[in-house]
Design a protein around this ligand. Structure first.
Ligand code: UD1
Length: 418
Protein backbone atom coordinates (compact mmCIF):
# COMPACT_ATOMS: atom_id res chain seq x y z
CA UNK A 1 0.00 0.00 0.00
CA UNK A 2 1.24 3.44 -0.94
CA UNK A 3 2.04 5.76 1.97
CA UNK A 4 0.76 9.32 1.99
CA UNK A 5 1.18 12.44 4.05
CA UNK A 6 -1.81 14.10 5.63
CA UNK A 7 -1.39 17.72 6.58
CA UNK A 8 -3.66 19.90 8.63
CA UNK A 9 -2.49 23.20 7.19
CA UNK A 10 -2.54 26.84 8.17
CA UNK A 11 0.03 26.84 10.99
CA UNK A 12 3.04 29.10 11.08
CA UNK A 13 6.42 27.34 11.21
CA UNK A 14 8.37 28.00 14.40
CA UNK A 15 11.53 26.38 15.74
CA UNK A 16 14.77 24.94 14.46
CA UNK A 17 15.75 22.08 12.21
CA UNK A 18 19.07 20.66 11.05
CA UNK A 19 19.84 20.05 7.40
CA UNK A 20 20.82 16.51 6.40
CA UNK A 21 23.76 15.49 4.27
CA UNK A 22 23.46 16.31 0.59
CA UNK A 23 22.03 13.56 -1.59
CA UNK A 24 23.56 15.07 -4.71
CA UNK A 25 27.00 15.22 -3.09
CA UNK A 26 26.80 11.75 -1.54
CA UNK A 27 25.75 10.02 -4.79
CA UNK A 28 28.92 10.85 -6.78
CA UNK A 29 31.07 10.37 -3.67
CA UNK A 30 29.70 6.84 -3.31
CA UNK A 31 30.42 6.24 -7.00
CA UNK A 32 33.99 7.53 -6.43
CA UNK A 33 34.52 4.95 -3.67
CA UNK A 34 35.03 2.42 -6.47
CA UNK A 35 38.26 4.27 -7.37
CA UNK A 36 39.87 3.52 -4.04
CA UNK A 37 41.61 0.40 -2.80
CA UNK A 38 40.91 0.75 0.86
CA UNK A 39 38.35 1.49 3.53
CA UNK A 40 36.29 4.63 3.69
CA UNK A 41 34.21 6.11 6.47
CA UNK A 42 31.51 8.61 5.54
CA UNK A 43 29.93 10.57 8.38
CA UNK A 44 26.36 11.91 8.70
CA UNK A 45 24.77 9.30 6.47
CA UNK A 46 21.35 10.15 5.12
CA UNK A 47 18.88 7.36 4.49
CA UNK A 48 17.27 8.01 1.10
CA UNK A 49 16.07 5.64 -1.58
CA UNK A 50 18.45 7.14 -4.17
CA UNK A 51 21.38 6.45 -1.86
CA UNK A 52 20.23 2.86 -1.32
CA UNK A 53 20.18 2.38 -5.12
CA UNK A 54 23.78 3.63 -5.38
CA UNK A 55 24.85 1.29 -2.56
CA UNK A 56 23.28 -1.58 -4.51
CA UNK A 57 25.44 -0.63 -7.49
CA UNK A 58 28.50 -0.67 -5.20
CA UNK A 59 27.48 -4.05 -3.87
CA UNK A 60 27.36 -5.39 -7.44
CA UNK A 61 30.96 -4.19 -7.77
CA UNK A 62 31.84 -6.23 -4.67
CA UNK A 63 32.18 -3.13 -2.52
CA UNK A 64 30.76 -3.72 0.93
CA UNK A 65 29.00 -0.95 2.78
CA UNK A 66 27.70 -1.15 6.34
CA UNK A 67 25.95 1.37 8.48
CA UNK A 68 26.75 2.01 12.13
CA UNK A 69 24.54 4.76 13.49
CA UNK A 70 25.09 7.68 11.13
CA UNK A 71 28.46 6.38 9.87
CA UNK A 72 28.78 4.44 6.65
CA UNK A 73 31.77 2.09 6.37
CA UNK A 74 32.79 1.18 2.86
CA UNK A 75 35.27 -1.54 2.04
CA UNK A 76 36.46 -1.24 -1.56
CA UNK A 77 39.52 -3.51 -1.18
CA UNK A 78 38.07 -6.26 -3.38
CA UNK A 79 36.29 -4.09 -5.95
CA UNK A 80 35.55 -5.89 -9.23
CA UNK A 81 34.17 -4.63 -12.50
CA UNK A 82 30.61 -5.73 -13.34
CA UNK A 83 27.89 -5.03 -15.87
CA UNK A 84 25.52 -2.41 -14.44
CA UNK A 85 22.10 -3.69 -15.43
CA UNK A 86 18.81 -2.01 -16.25
CA UNK A 87 17.33 -2.93 -12.87
CA UNK A 88 19.94 -0.71 -11.25
CA UNK A 89 19.95 2.19 -13.70
CA UNK A 90 16.23 2.55 -14.40
CA UNK A 91 15.40 3.88 -10.92
CA UNK A 92 18.39 6.19 -10.60
CA UNK A 93 19.44 8.62 -13.28
CA UNK A 94 22.67 9.32 -11.34
CA UNK A 95 23.73 5.69 -11.90
CA UNK A 96 25.44 6.92 -15.08
CA UNK A 97 27.84 8.99 -12.93
CA UNK A 98 29.70 5.76 -12.07
CA UNK A 99 30.70 5.24 -15.70
CA UNK A 100 33.69 7.57 -15.25
CA UNK A 101 34.86 5.78 -12.12
CA UNK A 102 34.66 2.37 -13.81
CA UNK A 103 36.57 3.63 -16.85
CA UNK A 104 39.24 5.23 -14.67
CA UNK A 105 39.62 2.12 -12.54
CA UNK A 106 39.15 -0.73 -15.04
CA UNK A 107 39.50 0.95 -18.45
CA UNK A 108 36.22 -0.59 -19.59
CA UNK A 109 32.60 -0.63 -18.49
CA UNK A 110 29.20 -1.94 -19.49
CA UNK A 111 26.23 0.04 -18.22
CA UNK A 112 22.55 0.18 -19.12
CA UNK A 113 21.42 3.56 -20.40
CA UNK A 114 19.64 5.39 -17.58
CA UNK A 115 16.00 5.97 -18.44
CA UNK A 116 14.52 9.39 -19.08
CA UNK A 117 12.51 10.66 -16.18
CA UNK A 118 9.38 12.60 -15.37
CA UNK A 119 11.10 16.00 -15.45
CA UNK A 120 12.61 15.58 -18.91
CA UNK A 121 14.36 13.30 -21.39
CA UNK A 122 17.75 13.79 -19.68
CA UNK A 123 20.13 12.86 -22.51
CA UNK A 124 23.68 11.61 -21.86
CA UNK A 125 25.28 12.88 -25.07
CA UNK A 126 27.69 15.16 -23.18
CA UNK A 127 29.02 12.19 -21.17
CA UNK A 128 29.50 10.09 -24.28
CA UNK A 129 31.10 12.82 -26.37
CA UNK A 130 33.51 13.68 -23.54
CA UNK A 131 34.63 10.11 -22.93
CA UNK A 132 35.11 9.69 -26.68
CA UNK A 133 37.37 12.77 -26.64
CA UNK A 134 39.50 10.95 -24.06
CA UNK A 135 39.81 7.94 -26.37
CA UNK A 136 36.97 5.68 -25.19
CA UNK A 137 35.21 3.64 -27.88
CA UNK A 138 31.51 3.33 -27.13
CA UNK A 139 29.12 0.83 -28.66
CA UNK A 140 25.46 1.54 -27.92
CA UNK A 141 23.59 -1.75 -28.30
CA UNK A 142 20.19 -2.96 -27.04
CA UNK A 143 20.02 -0.31 -24.32
CA UNK A 144 23.55 -0.97 -23.07
CA UNK A 145 26.66 1.15 -23.47
CA UNK A 146 29.75 -0.99 -24.04
CA UNK A 147 32.69 1.28 -23.28
CA UNK A 148 36.19 0.22 -24.28
CA UNK A 149 39.07 2.25 -22.90
CA UNK A 150 42.23 0.57 -24.26
CA UNK A 151 43.14 3.99 -25.67
CA UNK A 152 41.78 6.03 -22.79
CA UNK A 153 44.18 8.90 -22.12
CA UNK A 154 44.44 12.18 -20.24
CA UNK A 155 43.64 15.23 -22.35
CA UNK A 156 41.44 18.27 -22.73
CA UNK A 157 37.63 18.17 -22.79
CA UNK A 158 35.38 21.16 -23.40
CA UNK A 159 31.82 20.41 -22.32
CA UNK A 160 29.00 21.60 -24.62
CA UNK A 161 27.01 22.54 -21.51
CA UNK A 162 28.09 22.58 -17.84
CA UNK A 163 26.40 19.30 -16.89
CA UNK A 164 26.85 18.44 -13.21
CA UNK A 165 26.88 14.67 -13.73
CA UNK A 166 29.20 14.76 -16.75
CA UNK A 167 31.66 17.00 -14.86
CA UNK A 168 31.67 14.63 -11.89
CA UNK A 169 31.97 11.49 -13.99
CA UNK A 170 34.90 12.93 -15.95
CA UNK A 171 36.66 13.99 -12.75
CA UNK A 172 36.41 10.44 -11.42
CA UNK A 173 37.74 8.98 -14.64
CA UNK A 174 40.68 11.36 -14.99
CA UNK A 175 42.04 11.05 -11.47
CA UNK A 176 43.54 7.62 -12.24
CA UNK A 177 44.81 8.45 -15.76
CA UNK A 178 48.45 8.95 -16.50
CA UNK A 179 49.03 12.70 -17.12
CA UNK A 180 47.03 15.89 -16.79
CA UNK A 181 43.41 16.24 -17.85
CA UNK A 182 41.84 19.67 -18.28
CA UNK A 183 38.04 19.97 -18.18
CA UNK A 184 36.60 23.23 -19.51
CA UNK A 185 33.12 24.77 -19.34
CA UNK A 186 32.37 22.50 -16.38
CA UNK A 187 29.58 22.87 -13.83
CA UNK A 188 30.45 24.90 -10.72
CA UNK A 189 27.99 23.43 -8.21
CA UNK A 190 29.18 23.05 -4.58
CA UNK A 191 28.70 19.27 -4.88
CA UNK A 192 31.53 19.26 -7.41
CA UNK A 193 33.82 20.99 -4.92
CA UNK A 194 32.83 18.35 -2.36
CA UNK A 195 33.68 15.55 -4.79
CA UNK A 196 37.07 17.18 -5.45
CA UNK A 197 37.75 17.40 -1.70
CA UNK A 198 36.74 13.77 -1.25
CA UNK A 199 38.96 12.53 -4.08
CA UNK A 200 41.87 14.59 -2.76
CA UNK A 201 41.35 13.16 0.73
CA UNK A 202 42.04 9.76 -0.89
CA UNK A 203 45.31 11.07 -2.36
CA UNK A 204 43.93 12.44 -5.65
CA UNK A 205 45.16 15.66 -7.24
CA UNK A 206 42.14 17.57 -8.53
CA UNK A 207 42.11 21.38 -8.66
CA UNK A 208 39.75 24.11 -9.78
CA UNK A 209 36.33 22.70 -8.79
CA UNK A 210 33.92 25.58 -8.28
CA UNK A 211 35.34 27.39 -11.33
CA UNK A 212 34.62 26.58 -14.97
CA UNK A 213 37.98 24.81 -15.46
CA UNK A 214 39.13 21.74 -13.54
CA UNK A 215 42.64 20.29 -13.78
CA UNK A 216 43.26 16.72 -12.77
CA UNK A 217 46.76 15.35 -12.27
CA UNK A 218 46.49 11.58 -12.51
CA UNK A 219 47.77 9.42 -9.65
CA UNK A 220 48.43 5.66 -9.63
CA UNK A 221 46.27 4.77 -6.64
CA UNK A 222 43.78 6.22 -4.23
CA UNK A 223 43.75 5.20 -0.57
CA UNK A 224 41.05 4.97 2.10
CA UNK A 225 39.77 8.03 3.92
CA UNK A 226 37.29 9.46 6.42
CA UNK A 227 35.05 12.20 5.14
CA UNK A 228 32.07 14.38 6.11
CA UNK A 229 29.86 15.09 3.11
CA UNK A 230 28.43 18.62 2.73
CA UNK A 231 24.93 19.54 3.93
CA UNK A 232 22.10 19.55 1.40
CA UNK A 233 21.62 23.06 -0.02
CA UNK A 234 18.34 22.03 -1.69
CA UNK A 235 16.91 20.70 1.58
CA UNK A 236 18.03 23.92 3.34
CA UNK A 237 16.40 25.93 0.56
CA UNK A 238 13.22 23.88 0.82
CA UNK A 239 12.91 24.64 4.57
CA UNK A 240 13.53 28.34 3.94
CA UNK A 241 10.87 28.50 1.24
CA UNK A 242 8.47 26.55 3.47
CA UNK A 243 8.89 29.12 6.24
CA UNK A 244 8.46 32.01 3.80
CA UNK A 245 5.26 30.42 2.44
CA UNK A 246 3.67 29.46 5.78
CA UNK A 247 4.96 32.44 7.76
CA UNK A 248 6.80 32.10 11.06
CA UNK A 249 10.28 32.16 12.51
CA UNK A 250 12.67 29.30 11.82
CA UNK A 251 16.34 28.59 12.40
CA UNK A 252 17.91 26.32 9.80
CA UNK A 253 21.06 24.71 11.16
CA UNK A 254 23.89 23.30 9.04
CA UNK A 255 22.94 25.61 6.19
CA UNK A 256 25.68 27.29 4.17
CA UNK A 257 24.80 30.81 3.08
CA UNK A 258 27.10 30.81 0.02
CA UNK A 259 25.29 27.74 -1.35
CA UNK A 260 21.94 29.54 -1.45
CA UNK A 261 22.77 33.17 -2.31
CA UNK A 262 20.29 33.46 -5.18
CA UNK A 263 17.45 32.05 -3.08
CA UNK A 264 18.28 34.24 -0.07
CA UNK A 265 18.25 37.30 -2.26
CA UNK A 266 14.76 36.40 -3.56
CA UNK A 267 13.51 35.70 -0.03
CA UNK A 268 14.68 39.11 1.13
CA UNK A 269 12.85 40.68 -1.83
CA UNK A 270 9.74 38.72 -0.73
CA UNK A 271 9.72 40.70 2.55
CA UNK A 272 11.32 37.97 4.69
CA UNK A 273 13.89 38.89 7.31
CA UNK A 274 17.04 36.83 7.01
CA UNK A 275 19.85 36.63 9.59
CA UNK A 276 22.92 34.50 9.16
CA UNK A 277 25.44 33.41 11.76
CA UNK A 278 28.07 30.82 10.83
CA UNK A 279 26.14 27.83 9.46
CA UNK A 280 22.75 28.91 10.79
CA UNK A 281 20.15 30.83 8.83
CA UNK A 282 17.20 32.39 10.61
CA UNK A 283 14.19 33.39 8.54
CA UNK A 284 11.28 35.42 9.84
CA UNK A 285 8.20 35.88 7.68
CA UNK A 286 5.67 38.11 9.40
CA UNK A 287 3.73 39.55 6.46
CA UNK A 288 2.24 38.13 3.30
CA UNK A 289 5.18 37.52 0.94
CA UNK A 290 5.62 39.75 -2.11
CA UNK A 291 5.89 38.16 -5.58
CA UNK A 292 9.20 38.13 -7.41
CA UNK A 293 8.63 39.56 -10.88
CA UNK A 294 10.86 37.14 -12.75
CA UNK A 295 12.68 34.00 -11.69
CA UNK A 296 14.77 31.87 -14.04
CA UNK A 297 16.57 28.62 -13.35
CA UNK A 298 20.18 28.27 -14.50
CA UNK A 299 23.25 26.33 -13.38
CA UNK A 300 24.96 27.38 -10.14
CA UNK A 301 25.44 30.07 -8.86
CA UNK A 302 22.07 31.09 -10.32
CA UNK A 303 18.67 29.97 -9.05
CA UNK A 304 18.57 26.14 -9.02
CA UNK A 305 16.02 24.10 -10.92
CA UNK A 306 15.79 21.84 -7.86
CA UNK A 307 14.10 24.68 -5.94
CA UNK A 308 11.85 25.84 -8.77
CA UNK A 309 8.72 23.84 -7.81
CA UNK A 310 9.03 24.87 -4.15
CA UNK A 311 9.36 28.50 -5.30
CA UNK A 312 6.18 28.00 -7.32
CA UNK A 313 4.33 27.21 -4.07
CA UNK A 314 5.67 30.40 -2.47
CA UNK A 315 4.75 32.53 -5.48
CA UNK A 316 1.24 31.01 -5.44
CA UNK A 317 0.43 32.79 -2.18
CA UNK A 318 2.55 35.92 -2.70
CA UNK A 319 1.14 39.35 -3.41
CA UNK A 320 1.57 40.15 -7.10
CA UNK A 321 2.51 38.28 -10.25
CA UNK A 322 5.55 36.12 -10.96
CA UNK A 323 6.97 34.85 -14.23
CA UNK A 324 8.85 31.65 -13.48
CA UNK A 325 11.01 30.26 -16.26
CA UNK A 326 12.48 26.75 -16.22
CA UNK A 327 15.56 26.53 -18.43
CA UNK A 328 17.08 23.19 -17.41
CA UNK A 329 14.38 20.55 -17.73
CA UNK A 330 11.56 20.61 -20.27
CA UNK A 331 8.91 18.99 -18.08
CA UNK A 332 9.40 20.37 -14.60
CA UNK A 333 6.06 22.02 -13.95
CA UNK A 334 4.40 18.91 -12.52
CA UNK A 335 3.35 20.76 -9.36
CA UNK A 336 1.37 23.45 -11.21
CA UNK A 337 -1.82 21.49 -11.90
CA UNK A 338 -1.90 20.17 -8.36
CA UNK A 339 -1.34 23.64 -6.86
CA UNK A 340 -4.20 24.90 -9.02
CA UNK A 341 -6.42 22.22 -7.45
CA UNK A 342 -5.61 23.91 -4.14
CA UNK A 343 -6.74 27.28 -5.45
CA UNK A 344 -3.54 28.62 -7.01
CA UNK A 345 -3.65 30.60 -10.25
CA UNK A 346 -0.86 29.26 -12.46
CA UNK A 347 -0.83 29.27 -16.24
CA UNK A 348 1.87 27.29 -18.04
CA UNK A 349 3.11 28.14 -21.50
CA UNK A 350 6.07 26.15 -22.77
CA UNK A 351 8.85 26.70 -20.23
CA UNK A 352 7.19 29.59 -18.42
CA UNK A 353 4.71 29.66 -15.57
CA UNK A 354 2.68 32.79 -14.95
CA UNK A 355 1.71 32.78 -11.29
CA UNK A 356 -0.85 35.25 -9.98
CA UNK A 357 -0.66 35.13 -6.21
CA UNK A 358 -3.84 34.27 -4.31
CA UNK A 359 -4.66 35.14 -0.69
CA UNK A 360 -5.15 31.54 0.32
CA UNK A 361 -4.73 27.94 -0.76
CA UNK A 362 -7.19 25.24 0.31
CA UNK A 363 -6.50 21.63 1.23
CA UNK A 364 -6.96 18.98 -1.46
CA UNK A 365 -5.85 15.49 -2.52
CA UNK A 366 -2.70 16.07 -4.56
CA UNK A 367 -0.21 13.82 -6.32
CA UNK A 368 3.56 14.31 -6.46
CA UNK A 369 4.86 13.80 -9.99
CA UNK A 370 8.54 13.87 -9.00
CA UNK A 371 10.77 14.61 -6.01
CA UNK A 372 10.76 18.41 -5.97
CA UNK A 373 7.15 18.71 -7.12
CA UNK A 374 6.34 16.61 -4.05
CA UNK A 375 8.32 19.02 -1.85
CA UNK A 376 6.32 21.89 -3.36
CA UNK A 377 2.98 20.24 -2.58
CA UNK A 378 4.01 19.64 1.03
CA UNK A 379 4.81 23.32 1.42
CA UNK A 380 1.48 24.28 -0.15
CA UNK A 381 -0.34 21.80 2.11
CA UNK A 382 1.27 23.28 5.23
CA UNK A 383 0.26 26.78 4.12
CA UNK A 384 -3.28 25.86 3.01
CA UNK A 385 -6.48 26.03 4.97
CA UNK A 386 -7.83 22.58 5.83
CA UNK A 387 -6.54 19.10 5.13
CA UNK A 388 -4.22 18.16 2.27
CA UNK A 389 -3.26 14.60 1.36
CA UNK A 390 -0.04 14.26 -0.61
CA UNK A 391 0.15 11.02 -2.58
CA UNK A 392 3.13 9.38 -4.33
CA UNK A 393 5.35 9.78 -1.31
CA UNK A 394 8.01 7.51 -2.79
CA UNK A 395 9.19 10.47 -4.88
CA UNK A 396 9.68 12.64 -1.80
CA UNK A 397 11.51 9.84 0.07
CA UNK A 398 14.13 9.86 -2.70
CA UNK A 399 15.51 13.16 -1.50
CA UNK A 400 14.14 14.05 1.95
CA UNK A 401 14.73 11.78 4.96
CA UNK A 402 11.61 11.44 7.14
CA UNK A 403 10.43 14.83 5.99
CA UNK A 404 7.29 14.79 8.15
CA UNK A 405 9.44 14.52 11.32
CA UNK A 406 11.48 17.54 10.26
CA UNK A 407 8.41 19.66 9.61
CA UNK A 408 6.86 18.51 12.88
CA UNK A 409 9.94 19.95 14.63
CA UNK A 410 8.83 23.26 13.14
CA UNK A 411 5.30 22.84 14.46
CA UNK A 412 3.55 21.49 11.37
CA UNK A 413 0.62 19.11 11.83
CA UNK A 414 1.60 16.36 9.44
CA UNK A 415 1.40 12.56 9.62
CA UNK A 416 2.43 9.66 7.39
CA UNK A 417 -0.29 7.07 6.83
CA UNK A 418 -0.78 3.98 4.76
C1 UD1 B 1 22.14 17.15 -11.31
C2 UD1 B 1 21.37 16.93 -10.05
C3 UD1 B 1 19.90 17.32 -10.24
C4 UD1 B 1 19.81 18.75 -10.77
C5 UD1 B 1 20.68 18.94 -12.01
C6 UD1 B 1 20.75 20.37 -12.47
C7 UD1 B 1 22.50 15.03 -9.06
C8 UD1 B 1 22.44 13.61 -8.64
N1 UD1 B 1 21.44 15.53 -9.68
O1 UD1 B 1 21.59 16.29 -12.29
O2 UD1 B 1 19.25 17.21 -8.99
O3 UD1 B 1 18.48 19.02 -11.10
O4 UD1 B 1 22.04 18.52 -11.71
O5 UD1 B 1 21.23 21.18 -11.49
O6 UD1 B 1 23.47 15.73 -8.80
N2 UD1 B 1 22.31 17.44 -20.40
C9 UD1 B 1 22.43 17.06 -21.73
N3 UD1 B 1 23.27 16.04 -22.02
C10 UD1 B 1 24.00 15.38 -21.08
C11 UD1 B 1 23.87 15.77 -19.73
C12 UD1 B 1 23.01 16.82 -19.43
O7 UD1 B 1 21.80 17.63 -22.60
O8 UD1 B 1 24.76 14.46 -21.42
C13 UD1 B 1 21.40 18.55 -20.05
C14 UD1 B 1 20.23 18.12 -19.18
O9 UD1 B 1 19.18 17.59 -19.95
C15 UD1 B 1 19.87 19.42 -18.50
C16 UD1 B 1 21.23 20.10 -18.32
O10 UD1 B 1 22.11 19.47 -19.23
O11 UD1 B 1 19.09 20.22 -19.35
C17 UD1 B 1 21.80 20.00 -16.94
O12 UD1 B 1 21.78 18.65 -16.52
P1 UD1 B 1 22.87 18.07 -15.54
O13 UD1 B 1 23.65 19.18 -14.94
O14 UD1 B 1 23.64 17.02 -16.27
O15 UD1 B 1 21.99 17.36 -14.46
P2 UD1 B 1 22.33 16.03 -13.67
O16 UD1 B 1 23.80 15.96 -13.41
O17 UD1 B 1 21.66 14.87 -14.27
Amino acid sequence: MEEKLIINGGRKLLGSVQVDTSKNALLPILAACSLCEGEILLRDYVDLTDIIYMREILSLLNIKSALSGKELYIDAKDVQNAKITHELTSGLRASIFILGALLGRFRNAVIARPGGCKIGSRPIDIFLKSFKTLGVRIVDRHGYLYCYGENLHAGEVVLDFPSVGATESLMMCACLLDGVTTLKNVAKEPEIVDLQNFINSMGGRVFGAGTDCIKIFGVRKLHGTQYSVMPDRIVAGTYLIAAATCGGDVLIERAIQQHNESLLSFLKQSACLVNIKNDKIRLRARKRPVSIEKIQTWPYPFFPTDLQPQMMALQSVSKGVCLLQENLFENRFGAAGELNKMGANIVIKDRTALIKGVEKLYGADVFASDLRAGASLLIAGMAAEGYTTVHNLHYIDRGYEKIEEKYRLLGADIVRKI
